[in-house]
Design a protein. Structure first.
Length: 160
């Protein structure tokens, strides 16, 4: 990912969010998009990104988050977002992005890469079944709303 990729990254980001229903009145706040983009270029941030190109056009993105684990001695890598342009699907773009994530996670000493998707995302699951195995996990999530103290206090301070 390079800063000059912003113009080609943004339609993929918007497409990814639209796929998950974050469009129109439910769209992400623009501040989240700006913050996400900026984090890709901060050296010590655990968030990273890769793009895939075909014929010098960005056609796919993968966003990752590295973090420690309570069940492992080494960090793990969460593949948070994976999206390809509809015109690039079936051409190995998603597979190549996943393999790139695997390679970097190995280089950094991570012990695992994992991600989530919806059960009915059959197109993506066909790919995922080729590159790993379904673990049977069910994800629960609760929105907590705005925590204004995060701007001035560390996450650890707030959570303890």
């Amino acid at each position: 990912m390079r800063r000059e990729d912003l113009g080609q990254w943004r339609p993929l980001w918007d497409g990814y969010n639209a796929f998950y229903g974050r469009v129109g009145p439910t769209a992400l706040d623009e501040a989240i998009t700006r913050q996400t983009w900026d984090r890709f270029f901060q050296a010590n941030d655990p968030v990273g990104a890769f793009v895939a190109e075909l014929d010098q056009e960005v056609v796919g993105v993968a966003h990752i988050v590295y973090h420690p684990s309570t069940t492992r001695l080494r960090a793990v890598c969460y593949l948070q977002d994976l999206f390809t342009l509809p015109s690039a699907r079936g051409k190995g773009v998603g597979h190549a992005l996943i393999e790139r994530v695997y390679a970097q996670a190995r280089e950094l000493g991570c012990s695992r890469v994992y991600w989530t998707t919806f059960e009915d995302n059959t197109t993506a699951r066909k790919l995922y079944d080729q590159v790993t195995r379904y673990q049977g996990a069910i994800v629960y999530s609760k929105e907590l709303g705005v925590v204004p103290t995060l701007a001035t206090r560390s996450l650890k301070e707030v959570c303890l």
